[in-house]
Design a protein around this ligand. Structure first.
Ligand code: SF4
Length: 176
């Protein structure tokens, strides 16, 4: 008797295998961080949302991204103007504005934020108790905008490219 070829997908190509791979890809190696603290001093939410949009998400428990918006708004304070942010991270402002424009948003409406716990030297003032979002930051996604020179940028782009391939195979949208 001969055995028929096994037509079941291997675990690697099965939905479970893909889920495990995505889980690994979402965990960026923390040694890539250059510990400059700039991402705590100048941040945006979901790439290019305005403060009003973030507060609306945070206030609506039914909205996608409600919890992350609530956590973000509890830690980050908005800058008064983009001109103020330009003195700290001009190239990052340009990246964010370009991203907003590519999504059909008004770049002038994008809000930038500073964490209320970041210390003058860039270290985290609540490191042991920092929020979950900080522990997993940055996660690879098309809306993640890296500061120029960020050690995570190249790896994040590679991981997101692979995640997008997997999502396409599974027919899942990569939107947040
Ligand atoms: S809580 Fe700490 S790690 Fe999180 S953004 Fe603030 S300073 Fe950075």
């Amino acid at each position: 008797m001969t055995n028929a070829p096994d037509s079941r997908p291997s675990e690697v190509e099965s939905p479970l295998g893909f889920a495990r791979e995505v889980e690994q890809l979402m965990k960026m190696p923390q040694h890539l961080c250059k510990q400059r603290g700039i991402c705590c001093r100048v941040a945006t939410f979901k790439g290019s949302l305005s403060y009003a949009q973030i507060l609306a998400l945070a206030a609506n428990p039914e909205a996608d991204g409600h919890e992350s918006a609530r956590d973000f708004a509890s830690v980050f304070l908005p800058y008064d103007s983009q001109a103020q942010v330009r003195t700290l991270a001009s190239e990052f402002v340009d990246r964010v504005r370009d991203f907003a424009q590519s999504k059909g948003q008004d770049p002038d409406q994008v809000s930038f934020f500073k964490c209320k716990y970041v210390l003058e030297d860039g270290r985290c003032g609540v490191h042991e108790d920092r929020p979950v979002g900080c522990r997993v930051y940055p996660f690879p996604h098309k809306s993640t905008i890296y500061h120029p020179g960020c050690g995570f940028e190249q790896q994040g782009a590679q991981n997101w490219a692979r995640i997008e391939e997997i999502l396409a195979v599974l027919g899942i949208s990569g939107d947040l």
